[in-house]
Design a protein. Sequence first.
Length: 106
Amino acid sequence: MSENRLKGLLGLCRRAGKMSLGHDATVAQIKKRKAILAVCCKDSSERLIREIRDECSFGGRNVTFITADITSDEIYFYIGAKPKVFTVDDKGFADKIYSDLTGGNE
């Protein structure tokens, strides 16, 4: 993962309004079927990770879910907000961010 590329992608995604930050906004976007990718930071609680993972697969929603090897502090450095969980609501951004967060191996 290129840190500069990820920082740029996350910042651009947020400025474009294609990112939802935090628990409530994440769950809302998943339920509305607008989320493409849901990301939990590695410093999220097990309860939060389980809840978001379950929301992503409930009722055939099929939202891609990952627990990224990134902390909420690192996210803060990238976008100026410190969510433990967020969604990406655009397919193009989601594909690139997913690839960067997983190292392109998954």
